[in-house]
Write a protein that binds this ligand. Structure first.
Ligand SMILES: Cc1ncc(C[n+]2csc(CCOP(=O)(O)OP(=O)(O)O)c2C)c(N)n1
Ligand SMILES: [Mg+2]
Length: 549
């Protein structure tokens, strides 16, 4: 007899699943072991919150479906925050969640897993019966991949242990070709561009997913346009001299000013939400907005749009290139040598600031700039959430968009370390930087053991202000919040050493020489830097966000 759990593993192996994150209990032991028997790598997390976030980050970095395996009941409920993040960020994740049998009405482990999944925006799926198990598994995997959502496949124990039908092969899914936008919408967009003298191309996640970067760079050359990205695809136009970097709170003053000067904004797979547009203020009210998206309901959702182009970002860029030639469109005169210089000198690392480091604490900007210089350029940067998070985003350069992992869809603190683990498993060739606040580091601390056990090439940087800094700054106008959101200083270097990792405490830039030595030795195994940062520097993007709310 071949049990259903083995058929599930067989189908997933057939679909090419080669890595699974999780935490094994009795309910998911067999299916996970079945995957491992078929050559899949199993990465054990120390908390299911870590496991789901690792699978999410792995999905974002590789473009594959991220798979996570958990025990029924509490094993599953422990994933909920990461699941909500994956749902809001539209990550292709499959959660293999054991479940109690429908008849086990008095089981301690019984909760309504489907409702919990749906409540956070994930798609509930189920092994309905032994006969349907192969189709159920295939459908769950396919939905995660095509809908780009986390799918929770609940696997009741009685169904898992029943005999599966002989044939455990699902039909291969059809190849899906990207959708080309209508000619009419492309002509309309080119008509708008014909009247523009300062066009800006703004690329988001959809541009990355459709592989549009090259086509968009060519289109920007053809139009004489500047380029920018949303925060999640920071690095998409790395090295392009006409790129302004991230649009939104993390944009430098020069970049923000030039974005506001644009008289036509072309958004490709970018939702134009309040973060990207700084509550609408980065888009000139007189600018014409063209939005390209595969999903019609995404167009105009956050910001008024004049021309809607429904279709794949790359296909749309190629169609616009053809139409620009057909209509003999003249490039805009915006790109000049002076503008090029201005953009280069306007990047964050050239923006002067008063260094608030004092020998006992570091200015977070100085820390970030020093790390950018010390760390090899071929890196992946993963950040947690908090006040500090703008500094790595602004100062740590990344070579491409898959090298920046920004799990901020749910704005949950505590996902950063697990995000970095998932990214590191996906890119073992790269040095991964986990940029964390002290609050987020303590929330996700269980995965420090995972970093050590797996020997990941990871630098964990704790921007340690001994506080929930975002909240300190938020409530400062209301008086001192000590006790509620401020804490005694934690020695992260000691915690790291206890977990078997290399560590350093940094109060001055010179203390980062320990990181340089570690890099020079090949950055083998993980290292933690407990960077004591001054609470005196308040990030402008955060003040802006407070004002926006
Ligand atoms: C799970 C979760 N709990 C609480 C919050 C509210 N919150 C936002 S930022 C923040 C402080 C984070 O502190 P830390 O990681 O030290 O970063 P810092 O703001 O100090 O740079 C808190 C508590 C949240 N976003 N997510
Ligand atoms: Mg803090």
């Amino acid at each position: 007899m071949r049990p259903v759990y083995d058929a599930v593993a067989e189908v997933l192996a057939q679909f090419g699943v080669r890595c699974c994150f999780g935490l094994v209990g009795s309910g998911n032991f067999h299916v996970t072991a079945g995957l491992v028997r078929r050559g899949c790598r199993f990465v054990a997390a120390r908390h299911e919150a870590g496991a789901i976030t690792m699978a999410d980050a792995y999905a974002r970095v590789t473009g594959e479906v991220g798979v996570c395996s958990v025990h029924q009941g509490p094993g599953f409920t422990n994933t909920l925050t990461g699941l909500a993040e994956a749902a809001k960020s539209r990550s292709a994740v499959l959660v293999l969640a054991a479940d109690v049998a429908a008849s086990a009405v008095t089981s301690n482990f019984r909760v309504d897993q489907a409702q919990l999944a749906a409540a956070v925006g994930a798609v509930p799926e189920r092994l309905h019966s032994p006969r349907s198990a192969v189709a159920d598994t295939a459908r769950a995997f396919w939905r995660a991949s095509v809908e780009r959502r986390p799918v929770v496949l609940s696997m009741p124990l009685d169904v898992q242990n029943a005999a599966a039908p002989e044939l455990a092969r699902a039909p291969d899914p059809p190849a899906l070709r990207p959708s080309r936008p209508s000619e009419e919408s492309v002509r309309e967009a080119i008509r708008v561009l014909g009247r523009s003298s300062r066009p800006l191309i703004l690329a988001g996640r959809g541009a990355l997913l459709s592989g549009a970067a090259d086509a968009l760079e060519r289109l920007s050359d053809r139009l004489g346009a500047l380029l920018a990205t949303t925060a999640v695809v920071n690095g998409l136009f790395a090295g392009n001299r006409w790129s302004l970097g991230i649009a939104g709170g993390f944009a430098s003053p020069v970049a923000a000013r030039l974005m506001r000067e644009a008289d036509a904004v072309l958004a490709f797979g970018a939702s134009l939400n309040m973060w990207t547009t700084r509550h609408g203020t980065l888009i000139n009210p007189a600018a014409t907005v063209v939005q390209v998206d595969t999903e019609p309901q995404a167009i105009g959702l956050h910001h008024p749009v004049h021309v809607a182009v429904v279709g794949d970002a790359r296909e749309a860029a190629l169609a616009l290139l053809e139409e620009a030639d057909r209509a003999s469109l003249r490039p805009s005169p915006w790109r000049t040598p002076e503008l090029e210089r201005e953009i280069a000198q306007g990047r964050w690392r050239h923006v002067p600031y008063e260094d608030a480091s004092d020998g006992t604490v570091l200015d977070p900007r100085t820390l970030s700039i020093a790390l950018d210089e010390i760390l090899p350029p071929e890196r992946v940067v993963a950040t947690d959430s908090g006040h500090f998070m703008g500094f790595p985003a602004m100062y740590l350069q990344v070579p491409d968009a898959r090298s920046f992992v920004f799990t901020q869809g749910f704005q949950a603190v505590g996902l950063g370390l697990a995000t970095a683990v998932g990214a590191s498993v996906a890119r073992p060739d790269r040095l991964v930087v986990a940029a964390l606040g002290d609050g987020g580091a303590l929330m996700g601390l269980s995965e420090l053991e995972t970093v050590a056990r797996l020997g990941l090439r990871m630098l964990v940087v704790v921007y340690n202000d001994a506080a929930y800094g975002a909240e300190v700054h938020h409530f400062r106008p209301e008086g001192p919040a000590a006790g509620l959101v401020q804490f005694p200083d934690v020695d992260f270097a000691a915690l790291a050493r206890a977990a078997g990792l290399r560590a350093a405490t940094a109060r001055r830039v010179e203390d980062l020489e320990a990181v340089r030595a570690w890099v020079a030795e090949g950055a083998r195994g993980g290292m933690v830097v407990d960077a004591k940062v001054t609470p005196a520097v308040v990030a402008e993007w955060l003040e802006d966000a407070f004002r926006g709310h």
